[in-house]
Every structure is written in C-alpha cells, then in structure tokens.
Design a protein around this ligand. Structure first.
Ligand code: GAL
Length: 661
C-alpha cells in the first residue's frame, strides 16, 4: 500500500501540469527546466499520451527517452505524476486489433487518428493496457522522481460493439441471475420485448422509438463497472511494483459515465480536471461545484486538481479565455475546497497537433507574456501555502447526488425533457454558494446525520434504502429539502405506486403527490407567496405537512406547492415546482436560517468566497476570494500567507489566505 502522500513527498502543495516533452527538443527542455524553476513547478504529469513512443511496436519498449526526462526533472526538483498512456493507443495497436476500436450506438466503427479510440471491453485492449502499465511500474515503481501514478486519462469513452455486448450479458447474468428477473426488471412484458435467451440481449444500440429504460440504465451501470475493473487492473499492476499513490483523473463536473462514488473508493487520491465554461462569478461558482464534488467523492480526503486551463480551450463556446487574475482565483478556488495543489493542461502550448490552440502555462508567445507572468505568480502563491497540506474542509450542508438518479434522467420516455440532474444540482449548489455556505455532496444512502441541512434536487430515482435513509435523517433532527419529481421510480425505474415519492420519504415530508403537470416553456406559474415557478408542477395532498405556498391558477389553484412537515425531531420540506433562481435563492436562505447554518466566515458580504481549511491539530485558515467590484474590509485582520503580512482589506478580485489564531 501507499506509504507517503503526494504533498508529503513534495513538501507542500502541488503546482505544475501535464508535461509532454516529446513534442520538443533539447534547447526547449533546457528552457523548460529554467522556466519550471521560475514558476515554482514541483509536479509534472508525464507520459499521458506517450504510448507510441514507449512501445513503438507490440512488446518492444523504449524507455531511454523517459529515463532521461525523469532524471532531468528530478535533478530540477520536479516530482513526476507518471501516467499510463492507455487513453491513446498507437496506430500499430488498432491495425493489429481492429476489433478493439469503439463502435457508436448506430454501428459506426471509429478509426484511429485521434485519441480515446479503443473499446474498454475488448480483451486485446485490456491486455495491452495492463502490459504497458506493468512495464512502466516495473521500471519506475521506485524511481525517486515518481510521487504519484496517473492511470489512463479521463475514462469517458463508451462503446456498443460485440465485445461490449458479450461483457454486458455477463454483467447482466451476475446482476439478475435469471432471464425472468431481468425481464421483470426491464418491464419487457410491454412492447413485446421479452427475452428468451441471453444472446438476444444487446447494448442499447440505435433502434426505433424509445429504448427500453431498464436496459439503458443497466448499461450505464455495467459500463461504470467495466471502467472500474479496467482501472483496478492497471492500479494493481502498478501496486505490484510501487508504493506510490495511484489515481486517475476524472472529467468534472458534467460527464457522468461512471459511478463517481465507486471510483472515489478505488483511488488513493481523487483527481479531477476542471474547465469552467462561463466567465466571471459563474466560473467561480462552477469551480466551487467541481471542487466540492471532488472532495466529497473521496469522503472528505484531500484531493488534487489535476488539470485546469490557463486561458482559452480551443473552442470558445466551451471554455472562454480567462480574465486577468483568474489563474490565481481559480487555483485558490480549488485549494480552498481541499485540493492539495493545482495543475494545468499543459505546461507548454503545442506548436503542432491536435491541441495547438489549447492554452498552456507557457503560451506560444513564450515566457514574456501575461499568461506566464500570472502562472509564475500563482506558482509563488501556491508555494506560500505549504502549511495547508493535509488540511481538510468540513460542511454543514449536503446536496444529494447519485449516479443512478443521474442516469435515470437520461433515459428515453421521461415525463418531461426539462428534467435533468446536472442543472438541478448546479442550481442548488449555486444558491448555497451565493449564501456563503460550503457544501458537501452525499449519496442518498450515506450517513447524513452530521449535516444540518440536506438538499435533494434531482432524485427522480430513489432506492428503497435511500428513501428510508432520508426518513431516518429527518426523524433524527435533520432539515431536508426535496425538489419536485422526487422518488417517482425505484432503482429498477419502476414507478412508485400509490402516490409519489417512495413511501418512507412521503412519511417524512407529510405529502403525497398524485399527478404531475408539465408547464409549457412560455408559461410561468405564480405561487401565493409571490414566487414564480417554471417547467413543472404537481398536484399533491398534504398528509401532516403545513402548506407554505399554494398554486394560484388553473386546476392546481389552491393546491399546495411548497410544504413543510415537522417529523420526529426534524423537518421535511417539499417544493413541487422549479422556482425561478432568485426565489429559489431566497428559499435556500430561509432554510439555512431555520437549520441554524450561517456563512462559513461570518462578517463578509455576499460575493466574497470564503472557505475554511482545518488541520487535524486545530490550526485553520480562511481562503478568501473577492468576486466583488469593491474593496472589502476584513472582519478580523489576520496574517495573509499570500502577502506574508497582516491583511485588513481585500481589493476587488483579490485573494487572501488568512492563518487564523
Ligand atoms: C482534458 C484532457 C487533456 C486536454 C484537456 C483540454 O479533458 O485530459 O488531455 O485535452 O482536456 O482541455
């Protein structure tokens, strides 16, 4: 098992990025050494896409070039996060194993020429991946430069080929045991879908009209397990030769091809990539969302921001250019929420190839540039935060997040195309972020007793165990807010009969939902308390809950829209429509007040992000980021590690890390 943490080896927080020296030559490497020292780089991710160089033909390895780079980096004080190159099989591999190329749902087999062109379920690919991981670990397992192992890169590719079909069937046999159970789970009695042999079952490929929802959900679960198995194979091959921690980088927050909770349990350190897609405060809120999720996936353990951008990511619709100061603000946004440093993609901007126009720490313009100056300033700042290493972040509020619930809202034939997990999670998190409260994410079946407030924004699917857990949470004194369309289906996507949500949750909320009514896109509902809802409404009956707001128009007029139920020692709130953002924000503030949760750092105005990191010995630090346009006085002047001086105020856009007495 692992002996020392990454920060322990580095002697502080990590700063650096993906380093692909194979794109350059000797004079540039020399300059890299110099510039890395100037930027205070102490960790470089090496080898992510180097398979073709490391194994130029099947079974023949060439490590000499990598030996040289590792030696050079080590001599320069830069530790290595050594990657297995399996996200990018070389052309020789796909030429030899065309059956390992991925197939899309409509049956198109992709070809090489990009990256990520492999099927994870193809035996030839899995063997080749394990072999190269093993060969690397054997050679570099004890290398003094290596501080961390980086398996693969962003497991996001899915496949619908025949290998996948075979693996899916094996998985289904294990899960369901018999065809009768599977037929029952998938509701194949309808539309003449009954299976009479395992061989008839396919991955959910292109078909006419709705795909079977149970099949679609099981496929997502299967694929996630397949990915975990592939990850574990590489991880275990590495562990056979190395005691350094092992991880893989997740693409957060919008990709959801994995059961992220399960992956969080398999990695020694959660690592995530993050590229916000909006400017200004929205980017900061998105950063907080991704960072809170990364921390939560590891159960609160320290985690690592493996990639972020310094500026534009080739497609401006996707990722905007960063404003001056964003490099530091985003870096601290992650560190505030528990990241053990900040890494970028990539060190030096490519001059050719697929990512020529992706920003980097050293841009095409070279070191004499705004970006590199900001990078060096951020590197200096991170170096000053050494003492934060190993400290953690706690939260009094949790937002519930479940991969099954996410996937359940991606199947065909839903009651509304407006339902969806990611946007609802974002809205809930954003309202809490605006209120200055740090948020954990939790699974509906997790122990929730430590949270004063739990928000359940998108639990269309809720297992029996989850519903019972939420009931217990409220009975035990918790405050729970459940959003519309919750608990409509169980974990087989079977509708809950007799009224929604699932019975134990109904008990905690004191309501029974009888009917949903989708709200037209051009329509806005008015509630009796003056708030407005969109997208969704419900006809519900209270069964013990008090009604706080009613619908005012149409057939729902006079019916409850927002309710609160005193249940056991706690309170269960139910919101049966999607409130507009400002109204929702006000509701969240009301709930925080009722649950007795204040701003994390009292005395600061809205727009100043403030998170506390705690060390196990009682030391603590406030990380502050001012997203406002004015200078803000600090409630308690304290020593700012960034400025190495006492801070009394925070300028617009400014940051401070206060060591608290
Ligand atoms: C990540 C990927 C990197 C790079 C980056 C660009 O998803 O891991 O290799 O392509 O995106 O933003």
């Amino acid at each position: 098992m692992t002996t020392r943490s990454v920060t322990d080896r580095l002697g502080g927080l990590a700063f650096g990025g993906d380093y692909n020296p194979e794109q350059w030559d000797e004079p540039v490497w020399k300059e890299d050494d110099d510039l890395m020292r100037r930027a205070r780089v102490n960790l470089a991710t090496v080898g992510v896409f180097s398979w073709a160089l490391l194994e130029p033909e099947e079974g023949r390895y060439d490590f000499a070039w990598l030996d040289a780079h590792l030696e050079r980096l080590h001599a320069n004080g830069v530790a290595v996060d050594l990657a297995t190159p399996t996200a990018s099989p070389p052309p020789w591999f796909t030429s030899a194993h065309p059956d390992a190329l991925p197939v899309t749902p409509d049956g198109t087999r992709l070809t090489h020429g990009s990256r990520d062109t492999y099927c994870l379920a193809a035996p030839a690919y899995r063997d080749a991946a394990r072999r190269i991981a093993s060969a690397l670990a054997e050679r570099y397992g004890d290398h003094p430069a290596v501080a961390l192992w980086h398996v693969h890169n962003e497991y996001v590719t899915l496949c619908w080929c025949d290998h996948t079909a075979a693996a899916f069937r094996r998985w289904l046999r294990r899960r369901h045991g018999s065809l009768d159970v599977l037929n029952e789970a998938w509701g194949t009695a309808f539309w003449s879908q009954r299976y009479t042999s395992w061989e008839q079952i396919l991955p959910p490929r292109a078909t006419q009209w709705h795909k079977n929802p149970g099949q679609a959900l099981d496929f997502r679960r299967f694929w996630s397990d397949e990915v975990l198995a592939a990850y574990r194979e590489q991880r275990d091959a590495i562990r056979a030769h190395s005691d350094r921690p092992v991880t893989t980088n997740l693409m957060l927050p919008a990709y959801q091809n994995l059961d992220l909770w399960a992956l969080g349990r398999e990695v020694d350190l959660v690592a995530v990539d993050h590229y916000p897609t909006a400017p200004g405060r929205d980017a900061a809120a998105d950063t907080a969302f991704a960072a809170d999720r990364a921390r939560s996936l590891g159960g609160g353990r320290p985690w690592l921001l493996m990639e972020q951008g310094t500026n534009t990511v080739y497609d401006t619709d996707r990722v905007l250019g960063k404003e001056p100061g964003d490099i530091l603000r985003h870096t601290l946004g992650h560190i505030a929420r528990g990241s053990e440093g900040a890494l970028f993609f990539q060190w030096r901007q490519s001059r050719a190839g697929a990512e020529t126009w992706h920003s980097a720490m050293v841009p095409h313009a070279g070191p004499d540039s705004r970006v590199f100056h900001e990078v060096t300033a951020a590197g200096e700042a991170v170096a000053r935060l050494r003492e934060l290493a190993g400290s953690t972040v706690t939260a009094a509020v949790a937002v519930l997040h479940d991969s099954d619930a996410w996937w359940a809202l991606e199947v065909d034939g839903l009651p509304s195309s407006e339902l969806g997990c990611h946007a609802e999670l974002r809205r809930a998190h954003r309202a809490l972020w605006d209120a200055g409260v740090t948020v954990d994410f939790a699974h509906p079946e997790h122990e929730l007793g430590a949270y004063r407030l739990v928000v359940a924004p998108a639990l269309f699917l809720l297992s029996d165990a989850g519903a019972e857990n939420l009931r217990r949470y409220v009975a035990g004194g918790g405050t729970l807010l459940v959003h519309h369309a919750a608990g409509y289906v169980d974990d087989r996507l079977h509708a809950r009969l007799g009224g929604y949500p699932a019975a134990p949750l109904r008990e905690a909320l004191g309501v029974r939902v009888e009917e949903h009514r989708v709200v037209r896109r051009d329509e806005r509902i008015v509630l009796s308390d003056g708030t407005h809802g969109v997208a969704w409404s419900e006809s519900l009956r209270t069964e013990g809950a008090e009604t706080l707001a009613v619908y005012t128009r149409g057939m729902l007029a006079g019916g409850p829209a927002l309710t609160r139920h005193r249940f056991g020692d706690g309170r269960g709130w139910y919101l049966s429509t999607r409130l507009e953002d400002a109204d929702y924000g006000a509701l969240v503030v009301r709930l925080l007040t009722e649950a007795g949760v204040g701003r994390d750092v009292p005395g600061l105005p809205a727009g100043v992000e403030a998170v506390t990191r705690h060390a196990s010995d009682g030391r603590r630090w406030h990380v502050l980021i001012n997203h406002r346009d004015d200078t803000v006085p600090l409630p308690v002047p304290a020593h700012d590690l960034l400025a190495d001086a006492t801070a009394h105020t925070l300028p617009p856009g400014g940051c401070a890390v206060l060591r608290m007495p």
